[in-house]
Design a protein around this ligand. Structure first.
Ligand code: MG
Length: 289
């Protein structure tokens, strides 16, 4: 299933995307409610789809959609330097030794950073002039757990989504930690939907791409993750409970703007497209404040 959150006059509404149509899940108030409802409820929704498919549904347009979880209950968990080539390009660009991390590097983005699949990314030059892109596979937790083993980790995954971890490189550098530079409003486009795990046979064999104005900037595969999804869940959940609706951005491959020669940053008028083949595409315009 592909779970969506749709804009409506009455506010955000949860639904399912099928064949260019959207079917609202009227019995739920949000996609957070759907994920909280658990496996029996997801099975019931799945069983009801056969009936739904005979109905006309709403014609689908990408710009109807909000992020699947438009206001997550927690910060989005993120992983830094989780592709070898990207770790090297980042460390070299910072004048550091290109040694790969021995343990996952975690940071977060606040719920206010979450943006829609076609939402504008607003650049305020008074805040940052070095806005960069990072295409990433997002993992959404469906089952609560703490101290989750690698062997059990995939049973805790509800589904997958696409994330652009938009980064203000000047702020990232200035403030020592990643947090401030990763947290600007609208700097976390997510979507267009959450594809449930049963429809993604191998999340470690997905092509990750990013284009700016149609020009390919990043292209890699999740097969190149340094720390795979079970490892990320196992390490992150050590002594820290993961809950339904928690989102993990698994890191970005090589090809980000700041590590290019010369460095490249997003500017008003640009269109950034973030794609995970088989999951979906985000199309975010860059606009001036
Ligand atoms: Mg990132």
């Amino acid at each position: 299933m592909r779970f969506v959150t749709v804009r409506s006059a009455a506010g955000p509404r949860p639904g399912v995307y099928i064949d260019d149509r959207i079917f609202l899940l009227d019995q739920y108030t949000s996609l957070q409610d759907v994920v909280d409802a658990g496996p029996a409820a997801w099975s019931a929704i799945s069983a009801a789809l056969a009936d739904l498919e005979t109905r006309p549904g709403m014609p689908f347009q990408l710009d109807q959609l909000l992020a699947p979880l438009p206001r997550p209950r927690k910060n989005v968990f993120c992983v830094g330097m989780n592709y070898a080539e990207h770790a090297r390009e980042s460390l070299i660009a910072k004048g550091l030794e290109p040694n790969l991390p021995e343990h996952p590097v975690f940071f977060t983005k606040p719920p206010t950073a979450v943006n829609a699949p076609t939402g504008a990314i607003v650049i305020d030059p008074a805040v940052s002039t070095k806005i960069d892109w990072e295409a990433e596979l997002g993992v959404v937790i469906g089952r609560s757990g703490v101290n989750i083993s690698r062997a059990d980790a995939m049973d805790h995954v509800w589904g997958y989504t696409v994330i652009n971890d938009i980064s203000a490189r000047d702020l990232q550098k200035r403030h020592g930690q990643f947090f401030k530079g990763k947290s600007l409003d609208g700097s976390c486009p997510i979507g267009p939907w959450i594809v449930t795990a049963d429809e993604v046979p191998d999340p470690h064999n997905l092509t990750v791409r990013l284009r700016v104005n149609g020009v390919l900037k990043q292209e890699s595969s999740t097969s190149d993750l340094i720390f795979d999804i079970p490892t990320l869940i196992a390490v992150l959940s050590q002594g820290m409970t993961l809950e339904p609706g928690d989102i993990i951005a698994t890191g970005t491959p090589a090809g980000v703007g700041f590590a290019r020669t010369p460095p490249e940053y997003l500017k008003p008028g640009d269109l950034v497209e973030t794609e995970i083949v088989g999951i979906g595409v985000l199309r975010n315009p860059i606009v001036a404040k």
